[in-house]
Design a protein around this ligand. Structure first.
Ligand SMILES: *Cc1c(COP(=O)(O)O)cnc(C)c1O
Length: 356
């Protein structure tokens, strides 16, 4: 607390990101980064952009990147908004497109930033509990609302929602923005992007951080009707004209044009995931069905916090959300390479052996 902080700052409860520890030979399975890294084309584009032109401001409208994204999804650049990571895109979305005359709706287990943005922007919100099996039922989202946001696949559970459920939400709330956060969609779920042609209240938010291996570059985007995109642009231009650097613009554009790299690396991660799930289930662990690059795991014999510590002692870091009542018995584990899986399984076997 400080006497220099205003009352709004006193009330903030900021998001706590997964740690980025500096431990040698660490198997880092806690923040859903890609083990394969960015497309080589993206790296080359970034190197080329590291030139004398850096003395000039970047394109404030990201027009070339937006055009590349539009081509990728067969839409126009008026359907595309870009930002400094999808976190920034989400922040602008909450500020520009959610109303405060009724609660913003999202599930009780989802991306931890949603309630934080509501509090930051003074938006009332209501969490809608996922069912016992962690499934989201769209029919639970009834009544007046200031807007709806869901992650598909959902953060922390990895479970995906079929497009029909999203369509039902869109038609049930035609005058409110429904945001689908597709941070993990490339790992096997269905994208809602084609629906933007029929639903002007749909905003799909995407990131280069997870499947494109560019978490360090900070680029995210949103796709929706020109009306929604203009709302976001109005907020962005009242906040920061140049959220994307020249390096970010060059890297992200080359990345989205290299579709082959995305296909190869996401395919490898999905295979590693499905094998790991099988191996964990053989050992008696409960694993939720995942369409993401992480899995949510429950161990029948060890308390989750103790297991996370035991793994950490073996230089493997996973995420344990001890403050969440429904997640405190679960660990979220990022999918890495097959070697990472092997190391994890050996560590689990070792922990099991030492407990006897
Ligand atoms: C990681 C993540 C984000 C943030 O991604 P950035 O683009 O790195 O800011 C947004 N939404 C969900 C659900 C995520 O898991």
């Amino acid at each position: 607390m400080s006497r220099f902080w205003n009352s709004r700052v006193h009330k903030l409860e900021p998001y706590v990101p997964g740690e980025q520890p500096k431990i040698a030979n660490l198997t880092k399975l806690n923040t859903n980064e890609s083990p394969y890294g960015p497309s080589p084309c993206a790296l080359e584009a970034i190197r080329n952009a590291a030139s004398d032109t850096l003395r000039l401001y970047p394109d404030p409208t990201s027009s070339s990147l937006r055009q590349a994204i539009a081509e990728r999804f067969d839409i126009t650049s008026e359907n595309v908004f870009t930002g400094n990571g999808s976190d920034e895109v989400l922040a602008h979305t909450f500020r520009a497109l959610f109303h405060d005359d009724a609660p913003v709706l999202f599930s009780d287990i989802t991306y931890g930033f949603y309630p934080i943005y509501c509090r930051l922007f003074n938006l009332p919100y209501r969490t809608v509990p996922l069912r016992e099996d962690f499934a989201l039922h769209q029919e639970d989202y009834v009544g007046p609302c200031g807007g709806i946001i869901l992650a598909n696949p959902n953060a922390n559970t990895g479970m995906a929602l079929p497009l029909e459920a999203i369509e039902s939400l869109l038609s049930r709330h035609p005058d409110r923005t429904v945001v689908v956060d597709e941070a993990y969609v490339e790992f096997g779920a269905q994208t809602a992007i084609p629906l933007i042609k029929r639903y002007d209240n749909l905003l799909v938010v995407r990131t280069f951080s997870k499947s494109s291996g560019l978490a360090g570059l900070r680029v995210g985007y949103a796709v929706g009707s020109p009306e929604l995109i203009e709302g976001l642009t109005r907020v962005k231009d009242s906040f920061n004209s140049y959220p994307l650097s020249r390096l970010s613009l060059a890297g992200a554009e080359a990345s989205i044009r290299d579709h082959e790299w995305l296909e190869q690396t996401t395919h490898a991660i999905m295979q590693t995931r499905d094998t790991l799930i099988e191996q964990l289930r053989i050992r008696g662990l409960t694993v939720l069905p995942s369409k993401a690059n992480f899995i949510l795991v429950h161990h029948p014999r060890f308390e989750a916090g103790a297991l996370a510590t035991a793994l950490r002692d073996r230089a493997i870091i996973v995420r344990h959300q001890s403050s969440s009542p429904r997640l405190k018995d679960w660990l979220r584990i990022t999918i890495g390479t097959n070697d990472d899986s092997q190391r994890l399984l050996e560590a689990l076997d070792d922990i099991e052996k030492k407990s006897h």
